[in-house]
Design a binder for this molecule. Sequence first.
Ligand SMILES: Nc1nc2c(ncn2[C@@H]2O[C@H](COP(=O)(O)OP(=O)(O)OP(=O)(O)O)[C@@H](O)[C@H]2O)c(=O)[nH]1
Ligand SMILES: [Mg+2]
Length: 364
Amino acid sequence: MLSLILPTYNEAENIPDLLPKIRSVLKGIPHEVIIVDDDSPDGTWRIAQQIAHDLGDVHVIRRIGRRGLSSAVIEGFLSAKGDVLAVMDADGQHDVALLTTLHAAVAEHGGIAIGSRYVSGGSVGEWDERRYMLSRIATRMALALCAVKAKDPMSGFFAVDRTSFEEVLPRLNPKGFKILLDLLVHMPKTTPVTESPFIFATRRHGESKLSRRVQLEFLEYLYDVSFGNWIPLTFVKYCIVGGFGVGVHLTSYKLLSIFFAHGLPLTETGFSLALLGAIETAIIFNFWLNNLWTFAHAKLQGMGMVKGFLKYNLACGFGALANYAVSTYLYSYGLGEITSVIVGACAGIVWNYTMSRAFAWKNA
Ligand SMILES: Nc1nc2c(ncn2[C@@H]2O[C@H](COP(=O)(O)OP(=O)(O)OP(=O)(O)O)[C@@H](O)[C@H]2O)c(=O)[nH]1
Ligand SMILES: [Mg+2]
């Protein structure tokens, strides 16, 4: 049996056209279609549920408060009954007719069968030069990590046999947008792969979800797979935020020191006040960016965010103390004003990271 997963986010206009085409192509093959929708604001899930009501072989999973293409596909695979699991975009870009080829290839050889834009006969259709180049670069970078090689490891159109999927499941990373890549990274080298060409059509209705954020997540994924076991991605992101935080710290220090100097040379009290103000400004900035980016997967909201911010302040209190003590010590011993501020700021970062993980974003 073939289980076809259609991940959807705002595809209300595309789903009604797509399902009859799938049914007609798959009429000779026992199959089910599972639509995994992330509570689309355009009500894709409602339309899908209406269609599923009339068709026994269509199921809908409506996920609340969740987003993510890879995790949607994994969830679909997990609830599927078939021995061949397939996935296809729901926006009309993938050639429905290829489904029978992908199914036959997996049923016959096992492993994985890919609808490929980069084998002879396939193409990316009407992409502009920029998107084509970006895709080629990303594909090259991704291929370096794949245990199982394929011409189009970033395709969203493929089928895999259930046993191969289940073997690799515990190692998969549900965070990204590219589930095929993740499978190829983690599957054994000997896994059979077939690639069949198709021409990537233009989206029928609605908007792409391939945002800059998704592109950034792709780079994060590459880092995570390559070096994440040695230096966790969250620590790298925390340091990058910390780097920007030092910039915020210095800028606010400079502005506050001008304010407290009143046009005269800065006193030690003035230095301390400007420093304390700058430290708190940097703490607020760092909390905001860490919550938005570093720990986006465990993002704090509402009251949770207020509590998290208080804990973060508390946790950073010791870091701030180290920062303050080092800066004022160096300044009082005659080191340059800005050098003292920078060295002090760096002294707090590692402490702050450890404390943030322990207190504010415990679930990260
Ligand atoms: N459930 C779920 N589906 C998603 C999510 N993001 C994208 N999708 C679906 O995944 C499929 C691929 O997304 P697209 O935005 O079409 O990505 P793309 O095909 O690489 O980009 P375009 O060529 O611009 O369409 C579509 O069916 C989307 O509706 C998500 O967060 N959750
Ligand atoms: Mg698409």
